[in-house]
Design a protein around this ligand. Structure first.
Ligand code: SAM
Length: 281
């Protein structure tokens, strides 16, 4: 299947490739079998994305961290709605395999959803939404009155600086109560990505940076920060033990050394926010 995505949409191929590299490794961290299957179906030169095994580890750890939070939320709220924003070709829905009372929405731009629908068969209690996440019209399809988990991995940095907070304000306004989990890059990190192969090759530009996750409590009334983790701090010791030595050293350096440097600690965050009246969320 020929892939004709460009710009921000094309960037989804990098984390997809990373998850396939992880699945191929002797001791996968995420172990996503679908990524490998999709790769075999796509006619695309993945080597142009500049993704190496060491970066793939970071992507797999990040995805696993998000998956874990989705599982925890659904264990506490089996009748929840999940909004998976900027889903790309990620198989989070298949990995989580939620129970029958969960409603799941995979949202991305129309050209991505068109490709996604050719690769994934329809699944009960789930639907795809072909829309920009910044256009609140699609929210009319989301049922109200249920706890909602909004999950957005690798999305916020592609939004314009005014669009990101506006999108969050619409979500808080429309949805009764719930939680959001998403990653952000600091402003200097957003500016410094231009020379990276992924952005040179795809033409995508990052725009929205967040230096301190608490900024969003001010910009988005009703949002309460629950936890912000450094993007470097998602690895557990057990992750390191079985990796080849070179990768182990690289990852240990990232997690043990880089995460202690104040500047790099601020490169990016994965943050959880609660919203709505229900304090139990
Ligand atoms: C780096 S990819 C991440 C994809 C997926 N979350 C993953 O981890 O594999 C960024 C995704 O954000 C999507 N995206 C960027 N801007 C968007 C927008 N305004 N509305 C919907 N999706 C958007 C892109 O189409 C792309 O699928």
């Amino acid at each position: 299947m020929k892939v004709s995505l460009t710009g921000a949409a094309e960037t989804l191929l990098a984390p997809l490739y990373a998850r396939a590299l992880d699945a191929r490794s002797p001791r996968p961290l995420l172990a996503d079998p679908v990524a490998e299957e999709l790769l075999a179906k796509l006619d695309y030169d993945f080597s142009r994305l500049g993704m190496r095994q060491s970066s793939a580890i970071g992507v797999a750890l990040r995805a696993r961290y998000f998956d874990q939070r989705v599982r925890e939320f659904l264990a506490a709220h089996p009748e929840a709605t999940v909004l998976h924003l900027g889903c790309g070709l990620d198989s989070r829905l298949q990995r989580i395999a939620p129970g029958p009372d969960v409603r799941w929405f995979d949202v991305d731009q129309p050209d991505v959803i068109e490709l996604r629908e050719q690769l994934y068969p329809p699944r009960p209690h789930s639907e795809t939404v072909a829309a920009s996440v910044t256009d609140p019209k699609w929210l009319a399809r989301v049922p109200t009155g249920r706890p909602v988990l909004v999950v957005a991995e690798g999305l916020t940095m592609y939004l314009a600086a005014d669009e990101g907070p506006r999108m969050l304000r619409s979500l808080v306004k429309h949805l009764a109560r719930g939680e959001m989990v998403f990653d952000t890059y600091a402003r200097f990190a957003v500016r410094s990505t231009r020379s990276m192969a992924l952005f040179r090759q795809t033409g995508a530009r990052l725009a929205w940076g967040v230096d301190d996750p608490r900024e969003l409590e001010r910009d988005v009334p009703g949002l309460r920060l629950v936890k912000a983790a450094s993007a470097y701090a998602t690895a557990a010791d057990a992750d390191l033990r079985h990796l080849p030595l070179v990768l182990r050293l690289r990852l240990a350096f990232d997690t043990e050394v880089l995460s202690r440097l104040p500047l790099l600690r601020r490169v990016g965050h994965i943050s959880r926010y609660a919203f709505g009246e229900d304090e139990r969320i």
